[in-house]
Design a binder for this molecule. Structure first.
Ligand SMILES: *[C@@H]1O[C@H](CO)[C@@H](O)[C@H](O)[C@H]1NC(C)=O
Ligand SMILES: *[C@@H]1O[C@H](CO)[C@@H](O)[C@H](O)[C@H]1NC(C)=O
Ligand SMILES: *[C@@H]1O[C@H](CO)[C@@H](O)[C@H](O)[C@H]1NC(C)=O
Ligand SMILES: *[C@@H]1O[C@H](CO)[C@@H](O)[C@H](O)[C@H]1NC(C)=O
Ligand SMILES: *[C@@H]1O[C@H](CO)[C@@H](O)[C@H](O)[C@H]1NC(C)=O
Ligand SMILES: [Fe+2]
Length: 454
């Protein structure tokens, strides 16, 4: 009996102590948050295109919740009257052990003037970011957007970063496209690596829209770090969407919905249906007359010449290209061919590869002399060598006939869409001090579905 009483007493004391401990932690958390203004300072500022061409979305994080998400902007921040836009914030709790918490703020700036430079600062009355700037795209299609495009850039060994910063600061790009695999990984160390990465890219992403798609490295906790930190057009948690830029219709999709089926087969079917609709519409003659080019980007490639990669070679077939194993449902090669996609960007392999125009393992050159002038199938490019801690990947010993050019250098791709007939591509090597190791024109007098393959 006495024993039992003692036991209960002990239990009570234990519970009280635990309660006290919890209260202390909570208090500490509060004083840390409330007592230190630094916790409300905006960080990880980045931009994206909104649902309309001229709309720009500003996204940033704060450690504590300032209960406000504001952007002040003007053409001249120092002298003009500032416009203030009120947005929304969301509490993001990482899935790791520490359940690290941050508040991700989103503000969409609507109705901006085309082709105009704006200066802005984001934050709340408790803390403001430095003043950054961006330029809205010109109205319509008759201009020549320039982009940097790459995948697989980590926090460590982000070898292309310095050069991208310089390029961006010199106003070379209207947008940047990161074709999946960020930070390595955003969820690592209770998402501290994700924070560090987002701070690192702020130097480019706070100045030009940083458009993204998910890669396999974003998979943890149902892609929650990716979904929380980026805010792409549409309402699919940034998993798939499209946007127009000058003469180009860009289509972003998730290759990961083919692999992580445990997060829902529905994502795969929904994306496929959306792709069918989006491409069919973009391929309507009246839309192609306005915006002739359709360019897609998704993380894992359809073809690649890397022996190591289990889903790259002819024996094993990629899900992306052919669809799910055995069933062959939801394959993208047929869909993209049918709707006359011009160029497809991929990453995932840590190298650069340019393919001859290809469909179902056959090369469909425009002609032998000018393979990319009026090509008879889409042109695929793998650009996954921006730099990360997983280092470079080797090529196969026997390169396939569709391999037009490849490079193992760290670097990234530049695209300039001159007009409705001419695209220009460059591959920048960071290893070779910015040398252009590959460049080519794609020229098309006509756009639309390809003829049935012979
Ligand atoms: C934000 O709102 C919450 C809930 O109302 C409150 O507990 C917190 O103190 C507020 N934060 C600030 C900085 O006012
Ligand atoms: C921003 O919007 C929120 C929610 O609608 C509102 O509570 C808040 O007062 C607004 N803040 C400013 C500065 O307009
Ligand atoms: C994963 O997230 C997506 C939204 O991005 C959601 O539709 C899906 O239901 C989630 N899956 C699971 C298993 O929670
Ligand atoms: C495509 O063009 C390239 C470059 O001229 C050439 O090397 C290759 O053999 C061509 N392939 C076919 C199938 O015509
Ligand atoms: C399209 O751009 C190319 C390359 O700059 C140029 O040679 C061509 O004349 C342009 N076409 C038109 C119709 O402006
Ligand atoms: Fe990858």
């Amino acid at each position: 009996m006495q024993r039992l009483q003692q036991f209960f007493l002990l239990l009570l004391v234990g519970a009280a102590a635990a309660g006290l401990a919890q209260a202390t932690v909570a208090q500490e958390e509060q004083t840390k948050v409330a007592g230190n203004i630094v916790h409300y300072q905006p960080e990880q500022v980045h931009l994206a295109f909104g649902d309309n061409l001229q709309d720009i979305v500003v996204t940033w994080s704060t450690r504590g919740s300032p209960n406000a998400s504001l952007v002040n902007f003007a053409r001249n921040y120092a002298t003009d009257k500032l416009t203030t836009v009120n947005g929304t914030w969301q509490r993001f709790v990482d899935g790791g052990k520490k359940k690290r918490t941050q508040y991700v703020h989103n503000v969409e700036l609507r109705g901006l003037q085309p082709d105009t430079r704006y200066e802005y600062s984001c934050g709340s009355p408790l803390g403001w970011s430095p003043v950054f700037h961006f330029k809205t795209p010109p109205a319509g299609e008759q201009w020549s957007p320039s982009l940097a495009i790459y995948g697989d850039m980590g926090n460590e060994n982000a070898q292309s970063m310095g050069r991208l910063q310089q390029d961006t600061e010199r106003g070379m790009y209207d947008a940047i496209i990161h074709v999946g695999d960020f930070a390595y990984d955003m969820d690592t160390k209770n998402a501290a690596v994700g924070d560090a990465f987002m701070r690192q890219i702020e130097s480019v992403a706070a100045y030009v829209p940083y458009m993204v798609c998910p890669g396999n490295h974003e998979e943890k906790y149902n892609f929650s770090n990716y979904r929380a930190r980026f805010n792409m057009p549409g309402d699919t948690d940034s998993l798939w969407y499209s946007f127009n830029l000058g003469p180009v219709h860009f289509v972003s999709f998730s290759t990961e919905v083919y692999y992580f089926l445990s997060y829902g087969v529905k994502l795969l079917t929904k994306q496929f249906e959306w792709l069918e609709r989006d491409l069919a519409e973009a391929n309507l003659p009246e839309n192609r007359a306005k915006r002739p080019w359709i360019i897609t980007y998704g993380h894992r490639p359809m073809y690649c010449s890397d022996d190591k990669e289990y889903d790259c070679n002819a024996q094993l077939e990629t899900y992306i290209r052919q669809g799910l194993p055995m069933l062959k449902w939801f394959g993208l090669e047929d869909l993209f061919y049918k709707h006359g996609v011009d160029v497809e960007f991929f990453a995932h392999e840590h190298f650069y590869t340019r393919l001859w125009p290809i469909y179902n393992y056959k090369v469909y050159n425009g002609s032998m002399e000018a393979p990319y002038t009026n090509p008879k199938a889409p042109i695929q490019i793998i650009t996954g060598s921006a730099g990360c801690n997983e280092e470079r990947e080797p090529f196969s010993h026997d390169l396939p006939a569709w391999n037009a050019f490849h490079s193992n250098d760290y670097g990234y791709t530049r695209l300039k869409a001159h007009n409705g007939t001419h695209l220009h591509f460059e591959q920048v090597s960071d290893d070779q001090d910015g040398a252009i190791v590959d460049s080519f024109w794609v020229i098309k007098d006509q756009h639309g579905s390809y003829p049935p393959p012979k």
